[in-house]
Write a protein of this length. Structure first.
Length: 274
């Protein structure tokens, strides 16, 4: 059992925010600028999913292929596009953009506004009460030794901005082939020869195009809805689908994966769909 770091009396703030992703850090910053005392609880990294495993790395990996594709559309420039993308350089740039997976550059944005950063896993412990377990933090908090419970209380409100995590669909055999999620895909250091993307939403389409342009020979998207980007206007999915087909990306809509199996000992997998 973890010891209580600050005894029976909690540290009191006007506002406590659980989660320092895009939503949480903005709420905390604006509240602090308005004169409230604010604490932000974060177990991983300030900046959240978008900064390290979502928008920032995915856009960085898309950029080299995007530049080349744009040049190929310009008369007079297309003939100058030769050779292949320097994938090690692309991955190095991705690492630079995510700060080497450190939030050292993001933390000052909060601290400069007077926000207290509490590292750990926060949970509601009662009305306006939050207990922070520091046992599994990415890096220890100066305010409490690792493995202790830090108790907080809010005068006004507690904001839950914990974000989401990748979901493993209950498809027979899928877990056994050790599939990538968004974190392993955006943090990849290799370009696979073949790639099957389950889901044609924003993340799936970005990764499909990104890896195709980085050099993956065969890329397929399997989407259960009638079109890609099903939450957007119909024309958006239609336009993206047509563009993908032109780039050699196989798009299968209106079908679902029923089973996944490992095809060989080298780690490649095969998916069956209907």
């Amino acid at each position: 059992m973890s010891a209580v770091a600050n005894g029976p009396d909690p540290e009191v703030f006007d506002l406590i925010v659980i989660g320092a992703g895009p939503a949480g850090e903005v709420v905390a910053g604006r509240a602090a600028e308005a004169g409230l005392s604010v604490a932000v609880v974060e177990r991983e990294r300030v900046g959240g999913e978008c900064s390290y495993w979502g928008c920032i790395p995915s856009k960085t990996l898309l950029r080299p292929g995007d530049v080349i594709a744009a040049a190929r559309r310009v008369p007079g420039a297309a003939s100058a596009v030769t050779g292949e993308i320097d994938t090690p350089a692309a991955f190095a740039r991705r690492d630079e953009m995510v700060g080497g997976y450190s939030d050292e550059g993001a933390v000052p944005w909060l601290l400069d506004r007077g926000v207290t950063l509490v590292r750990g896993r926060g949970r509601l412990a009662g009305p306006l009460r939050v207990d922070v377990d520091t046992a599994d933090v990415i890096q220890p908090d100066e305010g409490a030794p690792a493995g202790t419970i830090r108790r907080l209380a809010a005068r006004k409100a507690v904001v839950l901005a914990t974000g989401t995590k990748a979901f493993m669909p209950p498809i027979p055999g899928l877990a056994d082939v050790e599939p990538w999620d968004n974190r392993s895909a955006t943090g990849a250091t290799i370009v696979p020869r073949r790639l099957v993307v389950l889901g044609g939403g924003a993340v799936g389409t970005e990764l499909a195009q990104g890896f195709r342009r980085l050099g993956t020979a065969e890329v397929s998207i399997i989407e259960g809805q009638p079109r890609l980007l099903a939450r957007e206007e119909p024309f958006a999915g239609d336009e993206v689908g047509a563009a993908f087909e032109a780039e050699g990306i196989t798009v299968r809509t209106g079908c679902r994966v029923t089973a996944v199996r490992r095809a060989d000992a080298a780690g490649s997998g095969a998916a069956s769909s209907s």
